[in-house]
Design a protein around this ligand. Structure first.
Ligand code: NI
Length: 215
């Protein structure tokens, strides 16, 4: 997230700032209105800024394979709420925190409520996150999680539908690599339509409140 903020928010912000300054000096034009910094950050992370008003077209069709080897599409969750999160199993800190928060939120729901909500983890690193790798990784989290992987194309389709930003980053002098990725938790309705999103590190109580209001 820090890398994303620097490369995709700060640098363009500097460029935009210089442009604004020049425009202001030359033509007296003020381009960016108040409160636009957050909007720009969201834009840099690939999210439609109209998301706040519920108008964003976040979500869509996907066809992937879960950690148990079952072929899963979005249609399999029709009639249930989804909590959708994109990440990767090698993520050192961001993903584990959010997956743990989603897990804790699920455990705070009653059995009856849990039956109506499917937490979905979709990898942005299918090369390493095979079905077997996800099966092992998800042992640390809520048992009802659907952890999904597939071909790069299948994963890209899902990520694009959710407007998720993900990029492979090579580590100098190491065989390993990281994935930069946006880290929103999307609450999707029983019809598969976007309701709202939560942010990285939002507490389980916040997730529970959002979910309950949609049940
Ligand atoms: Ni992550």
């Amino acid at each position: 997230m820090l890398k994303i903020t620097f490369k995709f928010f700060f640098m363009p912000a500097v460029a935009l700032g210089l442009t604004m300054l020049v425009m202001n000096l030359l033509f007296g034009v003020k381009i960016v209105p108040e409160g636009s910094v957050e909007a720009m950050e969201k834009f840099m992370q690939g999210e439609d800024i109209s998301a706040e008003s519920g108008q964003a077209s976040i979500g869509g069709d996907f066809m992937l394979t879960n950690q148990h080897g079952d072929v899963i599409s979005n249609a399999d969750f029709k009639g249930k709420l989804m909590l959708v999160y994109f990440g990767f199993a090698h993520c050192p800190d961001v993903c584990p925190i959010d997956l743990a928060n989603i897990s804790a939120a699920m455990e705070m729901l009653s059995e009856e409520e849990q039956a109506q909500v499917v937490p979905v983890f979709i990898t942005v690193d299918p090369a390493r996150d095979t079905q077997a790798a996800l099966a092992t990784y998800m042992e640390s989290f809520y048992r009802g999680f659907q952890a999904l992987t597939g071909s790069q194309e299948q994963v890209d389709t899902a990520a694009k539908a959710y407007r998720v930003y993900a990029k492979k980053v090579e580590m100098a002098g190491m065989d390993d690599y990281m994935m930069e990725h946006s880290a929103y938790i999307y609450l999707m309705g029983r019809d598969g339509v976007y309701i709202k999103h939560f942010r990285h590190n939002d507490a389980p109580e916040v997730l529970v409140e959002g979910v309950k209001s949609a049940l």
